[in-house]
Design a protein around this ligand. Structure first.
Ligand code: GRF
Length: 172
């Protein structure tokens, strides 16, 4: 599930070839994720965040083993979460429980942290709060810029998320 650029989504497609990405749902029309899905030939569907029952129906019909929030910028209802117990994970660009919510790479840097990173966690009803599955650290250097740090956090995400997906799905 994506709302924006979709670089993590594309990375999953390339980095988890043994698992099928059967459906990408996006809630922002004409987002990068949609363009990537077209280019990659991945089935995709635009649904608003308010259309959760239809999202549930589509994923149930597709018989998914795992739902990955890869830049899905909305909190999901307990009804949706309970429809897929232990099957929804999220990637977040901070070392949770530090820095939940938005603009977290900037916030970590502006707070004078020397280390930040990214986290993959199970999704619950609270923002960026479910059980942590794995994390990856990224150093913040004294002469860093937001752009450089953001690039390095994204590179860490591209390694961490496929590794967690493989780890979770290999249990099946
Ligand atoms: C990532 O930084 C992810 O951690 C956060 O949203 C961003 C999505 O980037 N939840 P992209 O759309 O995968 O490029």
């Amino acid at each position: 599930m994506c709302s924006g650029n979709g670089s993590n989504f594309e990375n999953i497609v390339h980095s988890c070839p043994e698992h099928d990405v059967v459906l990408m749902i996006y809630n922002k029309e004409n987002c990068g994720a949609k363009e990537r899905a077209i280019r990659l030939g991945i089935p995709h569907c635009h649904l608003k965040s308010t259309e959760e029952s239809e999202i549930t129906r589509r994923f149930t019909e597709a018989n998914v083993d795992l739902i990955v929030l890869a830049g899905w910028m909305r909190v999901l209802s307990s009804e949706f979460i309970n429809s897929f117990p232990d099957k929804i994970i999220n990637i977040h660009p901070s070392l949770l429980p530090k820095y939940k919510g938005l603009n977290v790479i900037e916030r970590a840097m502006e707070s004078g942290e020397v280390v930040t990173g990214c986290t993959v966690h199970y999704v619950n009803e609270e923002l960026d709060s479910g059980d942590i599955i794995d994390q990856s650290t990224v150093q913040i250097y004294p002469d860093d810029t937001i752009e450089l740090l953001t690039q390095r956090v994204h590179q860490a995400e591209y390694r961490l998320l496929p590794s967690v997906i493989n780890q979770v799905l290999d249990k099946f």
